[in-house]
Ligand binder design. Sequence first.
Ligand code: NBP
Length: 477
Amino acid sequence: TTAQIGVTGLAVMGRNLARNFARNGYAVALHNRTPARTRELVEEFGQEGTFVPTESAEEFVAALERPRRLVVMVKAGDPTDAVISEFAPLLEDGDVIIDGGNAHFADTRRREQELRERGIHFVGTGISGGEEGALHGPSIMPGGSKESYASLGPMLERIAAQADDGAPCVTHVGADGAGHFVKMVHNGIEYADMQLIGEAYQLLRDVGGYSPDEIAGIFRAWNTGRLDSYLIEITAEVLSHVDAATGRPFVDVVADRAEQKGTGRWTVQLALELGVPVSGIAEAVFARSLSGHTALREASAQLAGPTPQALGPTEAATFADRVEQALYASKIVSYTQGFHEIAAGSAQYDWNLDLGAIASIWRGGCIIRAAFLDRIRAAYDSRPDLPSLLADAEFAEEIAEAQDDWRAVLVAATEQGVPAPGFAAALSYYDALRADRLPAALTQGQRDFFGAHTYRRTDRDGTFHTLWGGDRTEVEA
Ligand code: NBP
């Protein structure tokens, strides 16, 4: 049998992706550095479709129809380069290597250029949805050449998740590293979403006085409205789970130190380079990092401050409604920031990204899938050059309605001493955009004072400097 596609790297992601292709009727060649994994897959799941197991690179490449399509699902980083070095010499003009790992988009750009010079298409592809997604339908973000998508796209469309309207959650994102770049920002937004949900939970617990199980109920109710999303749904599942060993709420027996694999950090690092304010995503990354500093937290445990006092039941119900407003408004802001970074990356790397299409392929399969994304898609579809999501009339109106409650929640958080860095960063971003004047004018004055960095004026063109050390007259710079 010749296989239409091959998968090398058969750990959990690669195995499930291979099964997904096979279940959709494609003959799939299999390869893994350690052949035992290949044999296991065929033994366990061989009846699901047509698999062509192979045990060497040569055998794997020979099993594929031309142009060859090889999906690489190995650990991101050096292993990806090792696999490329092993396979590229065996490939021919027009063959396609698909890297489905979590590569940094700068590595993808480098690899794409090197392989393009050898006539091989390299398609760095973001895949979101974890192992379940890989098997049942992930959200897929392929970069690389348009030409490669012509041959690969129809297959990806078959295995991808579908949005509620039936559209497959895959599109050709853009050239070279665009797919991995968009996956990176997806993960940054995911960090922010999770942080905001975490803050909502803590406020409902400490200020609302609700138990984890009651909060699970509140999240389930929210999940029937505009916050309808995978992350809200699983939050309710986690909160209602009871630890078998102790009989206590699961969330109370888990160590409160959040870990990270790095894609959120990459999102913030690149935002700093591009000059894009992604304060909500940054706070989410920092909140995880703070939680892990055990010694710092222990050394600070005696710091003075209020102990939260839970509200009575009637006030608590009102407070819960307010938290929903605060969460929704903050979520609009973090997506505004994330899409700003996508637009800035698009301009920087000449990708000509379609922001509406990106929102569209996140509607299903991925971790941030949500009804909300359909609204973002609609906003960009009706105005592709929308300068910011907050410039969309409907989002602006929703924030206008939410903002009194949003502010009230932050007042309660501040007075009661409950940290809410995500909510606060989002509101500060919003208020900064609304502001008629920002203290940036004072910053410019300070910079001119100590470093003669000059400033512009509001009333006439030109660049100016004040002779601060002399008679303080103004000169044109
Ligand atoms: P891992 O990231 O754990 O990688 C294990 C695979 O890499 C095995 O097949 C292993 O082969 C292979 N490998 C390594 Br390690 N070094 C190699 C080398 N030098 N040459 C050849 N093969 C090598 O697997 P995973 O969790 O399935 O993830 C695969 C990719 O998908 C990663 O980039 C990951 O970031 C990404 N991803 C994961 C998820 C998720 O939810 N897990 C979601 C989305 C994306 P061996 O069997 O011989 O050791």
